[in-house]
Design a protein around this ligand. Structure first.
Ligand code: A5P
Length: 228
């Protein structure tokens, strides 16, 4: 995970710290923005703030442990989760998972009272799918079937690779990155993909974010969803 030398990410992380109260259990997202938040939270914990974390990936778990944040599991009452996203539309629907942590990110977000997303303004889109692929996590056994079914949906699936081998998630699954193009009806697409046997989850996070904090140059602003 990259160090938080990036100014917009540091500004987002500092802003998100304002939502953490003494005694909170905080869901710790994955990726660069979430990593910046973990670092900022750790600094606050070293200064005496009582807060514990629930990590959404092995990488975040390592980082949080290294920095001295106490970790707990889903049995805890999670006040808020702070995470990043790859795309955000005007309704605060998200595409996540470019870092490969989508399944645990969804589980921890679902177990939290609030999900707060940190992004730079380049990730704001009019229509989801406009910027990059939609990740779909799949059981290795089901890869041929899932590939065919995703192709039938005209989603142009590409098996994600790492060092010339299929990328393996923390849950020992693989990911198809789907070139969806702009997604006209994200809820329908979500249903169609989830109906494929072997699909574990998709990167479409619809209606999960309560707030998106956006860094635009030196300015940080909040986008708030009216109801969950
Ligand atoms: C991890 O699987 C993702 O969902 C990340 O939260 C997302 O890709 C955003 O990551 P960055 O903050 O690194 O752009």
């Amino acid at each position: 995970m990259a160090a938080a030398t990036n100014e917009p990410l540091a500004a987002l992380a500092t802003h998100a710290l304002g939502f953490v109260k003494a005694g909170d259990v905080v869901g710790l997202g994955s990726g660069r923005a979430a990593g910046a938040f973990v670092r900022a939270l750790a600094a606050r914990v070293r200064d005496g703030l009582r807060a514990r974390g629930v990590p959404t990936s092995d990488e975040t778990e390592r980082l949080a442990r290294e920095l001295g944040i106490d970790l707990v599991g889903l049995e805890a009452d999670i006040e808020l989760t702070v995470d990043g996203a790859d795309e955000v539309d005007g309704r605060l629907n998200l595409i996540k998972g470019h870092g490969g942590a989508l399944v645990r990110e969804r589980i921890v977000a679902a177990a939290s009272r609030r999900q707060i997303i940190l992004i730079t303004s380049d990730k704001l889109v009019e229509t989801l799918g406009a910027r990059g692929p939609l990740p779909v996590e799949v059981m290795p056994f089901a890869v041929p079937l899932c590939r065919r079914r995703l192709e039938n949906l005209e989603l142009k699936p590409t098996l994600r690779m790492q060092s010339e081998r299929p990328f393996v998630t923390d849950n020992f699954n693989v990911i198809f990155d789907c070139a969806t193009g702009p997604i006209e009806d994200p809820a329908r697409l979500e249903r169609e993909i989830r109906a494929i046997p072997g699909v574990i989850d998709t990167g479409l996070f619809l209606g999960t974010a309560d707030m998106v904090v956006v860094a635009d140059g030196g300015i940080v602003r909040e986008l708030v969803r009216s109801s969950r």
